[in-house]
Design a protein around this ligand. Structure first.
Ligand code: MTE
Length: 315
């Protein structure tokens, strides 16, 4: 793990305001590393154990009243195990990550496999702003103004064939720039997937920007997924390969801890993670906890994907 302190690479004023912000929000709560919801360690000590704080009612799903989480928090409180299993060092460790040139190969069971350069994707698919709730299985959440284009548009262009039932996303392998990829505990590269009909849902977004700026490396530049009704670990960063496949993909987390991480990972307050309740969450920037919503508040858009499925067993 790098011994670089963020104070050494961040302008002093920015550094101080960030520290103050993180301290205020509890993001820097010291000590007590707990085994991470994502399988490693995390310093989010205020997750499910913070039962003494009040739980406030959430606004109605879709209510646009929720303020976006500050840019500073979105870009400095990151889960990105290729760089570090701790959140705070990620931004500094990812700062010089090479994101140009970059291509993503879309293949598998498709009629028109194609490798796209990022520039071509941006030309081909108009970029939209989508403000999404982002809920990590560790029990924290944010509201993020992403820019990107719907995944369904990219998939339609390559024409999935009848055998295609799932979509598998693969992160780049680059251990020379990603120190975490030397940690043999995890089965690199990071992989996760969606059922094809989930991937075709309009909410599934290929993200290229944040707050109107290019996506920073720590948030998955140049191209990451946002699947807002699922826990954050499904939103794969730094994607280089998208394969249409016949069998349900096995994700990095399913391999690392099969009892804790299933394929679906839909946000569900009624199905606790084996080590944490998922009934409430801490919105970064707030002190009290709020109730977690089924499908992270996107039931109207996605509940029909799971008709007839037992959401307790298909976690
Ligand atoms: N993608 C890759 N390649 N590597 C990761 O470690 N972490 C996941 C997801 N995508 C991860 C990843 C997890 S656990 C979460 S919560 C989100 O990214 C965090 O996204 P953010 O840092 O933009 O908030």
């Amino acid at each position: 793990m790098s011994k670089l302190r963020s104070s050494e690479i961040t302008p002093e004023e920015l550094y101080r305001s960030r520290r103050a912000f993180m301290r205020q929000t509890g993001a820097l709560a010291a000590g007590a590393l707990i085994l991470s919801a994502c399988g490693g360690t995390t310093a989010d000590t205020t997750t499910a154990s913070a039962t003494t704080t009040a739980v406030v009612d959430p606004p109605k799903p879709g209510t646009p009243a929720e303020p976006s989480t500050p840019y500073e928090a979105i870009t400095n409180y990151n889960n990105y195990y290729e760089f570090s299993t701790d959140k705070e060092p990620v931004a500094a460790l990812a700062r010089n990550f090479t994101t140009k040139p970059w291509t993503v190969a879309v293949g598998g069971f498709v009629a028109k496999p194609k490798t796209y350069a990022t520039e071509e994707l941006l030309q081909r698919f108009p970029v939209e702003e989508r403000i999404y709730r982002h809920r990590c299985v560790e029990g924290w959440s944010m509201v993020i103004p992403w820019q990107g284009f719907p995944l369904r548009k990219l998939l339609a262009e390559v024409e999935p064939t009848a055998q295609a039932k799932y979509v598998r996303f693969t992160t780049i392998s680059r251990p020379q720039e990603m120190p975490g990829q030397h940690d043999s505990y995890y089965s690199w590269p990071y992989v996760d997937g969606l059922r094809l009909d989930e991937a075709m849902n309009d909410l599934a977004l290929m993200v290229t920007g944040l707050y109107g700026k290019p996506l920073p490396p720590q948030n998955g530049a140049p191209l990451r997924l946002a699947v807002p009704w699922k826990y954050g670990f499904k939103s794969v960063k730094a994607i280089v390969k998208i394969d249409l496949v016949a069998e349900q993909p096995t994700s990095l987390w399913m391999t690392a801890s099969p009892d804790e991480y299933g394929f679906y990972a839909n946000v569900n307050p009624n199905v606790p993670h084996p080590r944490w309740s998922q009934s409430s969450e801490r919105r970064i920037g707030e002190t009290s906890r709020r109730k977690t919503l089924l499908f992270n508040g996107y039931a109207e858009e996605v509940a029909q994907l799971y008709t007839g499925m037992n959401l307790r067993t298909s976690f």
